[in-house]
Design a binder for this molecule. Structure first.
Ligand SMILES: *Cc1c(COP(=O)(O)O)cnc(C)c1O
Length: 371
């Protein structure tokens, strides 16, 4: 039989599109450490307090209706988000994590022959999804580990379709001030979609910061994305959203899966938004512990990049020293994030955890530096 011999000589195998092989799979923060039943996990910026209690309750209540399909448009969730943040629910699209919104935007507005611009140490999903969609991904150099608007503008060509900025950025933790974001929008061609990824928006205390509400709400070419994975402590539920003008929302609604948000994530999200004092409590804790941990690491002789998010990037000067520090922490049951894939093998990213977790990591790094 023809196909049998073909199989034997190894031809006619299914072949994926060439773009698929241009990317490495996304590698998340590790969670297991041999020899430690409960390691201190400071590798994925998951929020210091776990999920809000009301979110857990909501999931318990919803479990009996598991046989029902969820609402594909997440209407109640969009209304709750709109109420919490003062936004029109019609301008909101919910997704299976904000990663899904980012990917759907790239699939819709990118594609072969188009260019996508991100900054040098920008969030890796833009590059992975961009290349998969066939886009050419261009990286603009940064200044002081911060997005440089002029460097981005210098890369713009007639093929440019999208610009992605994580603000605050992961893994650097740095923020682009609102006047610079506005200057970028004003100087980019109107046909270029600007995506402001504000996964850490709720942690920022700087007064010259806007997560993207202003621009996404007043232009037809800017999107803001947000997530429940960080300050709301719901990364495992996969819940994120985008906010943009109706024409962009219409595009996202056409390309999204029929049921992007499962019922449990939706009810948990609504409950989390209504949990009294959650954002304030989390932000206050984060700012205080971030300052304290930064000071202690600085006292140990390390360079800490000033961060507005719930993590800090720590510069160990050399790759060898960063790797040795990582190994030292692992030997004591602490997992932080290597950022080699972001082009910074001499740094480690450390999530702001509970006060006890911050103390442990500070103590072990002090021993590493002085011992
Ligand atoms: C964590 C993170 C996301 C992903 O969020 P999900 O909603 O969990 O998909 C997006 N952007 C940045 C910059 C992040 O750090």
């Amino acid at each position: 039989m023809r196909f049998r011999s073909a199989r034997r000589i190894g031809v006619n195998k299914p072949t994926a599109r060439t773009e698929v092989f241009s990317v490495a799979s996304y590698v998340g923060g590790e969670s297991q450490l041999a020899g430690f039943e409960k390691p201190v996990k400071l590798s994925s910026n998951e929020g210091a307090f776990g999920p809000p209690p009301s979110a857990l309750q909501a999931i318990t209540h919803a479990s009996a209706s598991m046989h029902r399909y969820p609402d594909g448009s997440s209407r109640k969730l969009r209304e709750a988000i709109g109420k919490k943040f003062g936004l029109n629910p019609e301008w909101i699209v919910c997704g299976n994590g904000s990663d899904e919104i980012l990917t759907l935007l790239i699939q819709s507005y990118g594609g072969p022959g188009t260019e996508l611009i991100m900054s040098e140490h920008g969030f890796s999903i833009y590059e992975i999804s961009g290349k998969l969609a066939g886009c050419t991904v261009l990286k603009a150099p940064e200044k002081n580990l911060t997005t440089d608007v002029d460097a981005i503008l210098a890369l713009v060509s007639p093929a440019t379709r999208m610009v992605f900025i994580a603000n605050p950025n992961n893994p650097t933790g740095t923020v682009l001030a609102q006047d610079e974001v506005e200057r970028l929008r004003a100087e980019l061609p109107e046909s270029v979609l600007l995506v402001l990824d504000a996964a850490y928006a709720e942690y920022v205390e700087r007064t010259d910061y806007d997560p993207g509400v202003k621009l996404a709400g007043s232009t037809e070419n800017t999107v803001m994305t947000r997530t429940f994975s960080k300050i709301f402590g719901m990364g495992g539920a996969r819940l994120g959203w985008g906010y943009a003008a109706p024409a962009i929302v219409d595009v996202l609604n056409r390309v999204r899966p029929p049921f992007p948000v499962n019922h449990f994530a939706a009810v948990a999200g609504i409950a989390a938004l209504e949990e009294p004092g959650w954002l304030e409590m989390s932000r206050t804790h984060n700012s205080a512990e971030r300052r304290r941990l930064s000071e202690r690491l600085t006292q140990s002789g390390l360079r800490v990049i000033p961060s507005e998010a719930n993590f800090i990037l720590v510069d160990f000067t050399t790759t060898e020293r960063a790797s040795a520090a990582d190994a030292h922490l692992r030997n004591h049951g602490i997992i932080v994030r290597q950022v080699k894939s972001y082009g910074m093998p001499h740094c480690l990213r450390i999530t702001i955890g509970t006060t006890a977790e911050c103390n442990i990591v500070a103590e072990h790094l002090a021993v590493f530096c002085n011992g």
